[in-house]
Write a protein that binds this ligand. Structure first.
Ligand code: SAM
Length: 243
């Protein structure tokens, strides 16, 4: 497998995950270039723990592409805790109609994501080095995004308070979770209501690797009323006493 060309593996994994519509020469070339840039940077800073194509393609690319269908045409999107650019970069590659802001508290990660977006000529990506709970206190960002998404940042009962205040009334928060998504949702239900949200959908599916698969849960929350001004609280309080 080590010597299998990128394009062959990309097509195989997309096929297994019902993502064949993304297998065009242009998009394949963009994902191959993203892989080169990511692995090059990974030698000097920690961008990803996944370093082989048989893991990167399903667990980073297919995982992020599976949510593309859940985002409405032309939406403004905030990716909270974008880290090494997931899901920001895969989404921006396949959805040029979206305006995506990759947000992370670690400045060097955000700088890497912006550099990579520029190298891939993705004008629909901008980045911000900020903590979500602090950004939500800034009037120009609070309740300003159509869609907020987040993958692998915190448990849902903490994540909701970081993300929901940034969603416009009428917009949605999409949490990308693994097999334990329903358990996390059960402990977060009360807080979601207090933050102005209502659960719209819980979508379960599998991500298929070459020889195994992993469970995923997308939790989609509709923002139905404004988030009360008292939220988000400082991070220490959110963590110590989730809603
Ligand atoms: N979303 C990426 C992914 O799925 O590969 C990165 C996940 S990484 C495990 C979590 C990221 O969330 C880190 O880069 C961290 O700096 C960021 N983060 C944690 N708390 C945050 C907060 N309150 N506001 C903004 N970013 C945060």
């Amino acid at each position: 497998m080590e010597n299998t060309p990128f394009s062959t593996l990309f097509a195989e994994i997309c096929d297994k995950n019902d993502l064949l519509h993304y297998v065009t020469p242009e998009l394949t070339a963009q994902f191959e270039r993203l892989t080169e840039l990511m692995l090059e940077t990974n030698r000097v800073m920690n961008v990803t723990a996944l370093t082989t194509l048989d893991k990167i393609i399903p667990l980073h690319y297919a995982d992020c592409l599976k949510i593309a269908i859940s985002i409405p045409e032309g939406a403004t999107v905030a990716d909270i805790g974008c880290g090494g650019g997931f899901p920001t970069l895969p989404l921006a590659i396949v959805r040029p109609d979206l305006t995506i802001v990759g947000i992370d508290s670690t400045d060097k990660k955000v700088r890497y994501v912006q550099r990579t977006a520029d190298a891939l000529k993705l004008p629909n990506v901008s980045t911000l080095a900020a903590r979500a709970e602090e950004l939500a206190q800034d009037a120009s960002y609070r309740e300003s995004f159509d869609i907020v998404i987040s993958r692998a940042v915190a448990r849902l009962n903490v994540l909701d308070e970081l993300c929901m205040p940034l969603v416009k009334v009428g917009g949605q928060f999409i949490a990308m979770k693994g097999a334990a998504g329903q358990v996390e949702l059960d402990e977060a239900t009360h807080g979601i209501g207090r933050l102005g949200g209502e659960i719209l959908a819980v979508k379960r599916y599998e991500i298929h690797l070459s020889d195994t698969s992993e469970d995923r849960t997308l939790i989609v929350t509709a923002k139905t009323t404004p988030t009360p001004r008292e939220f988000p609280r400082p991070f220490g309080n959110i963590k110590k006493k989730p809603l």
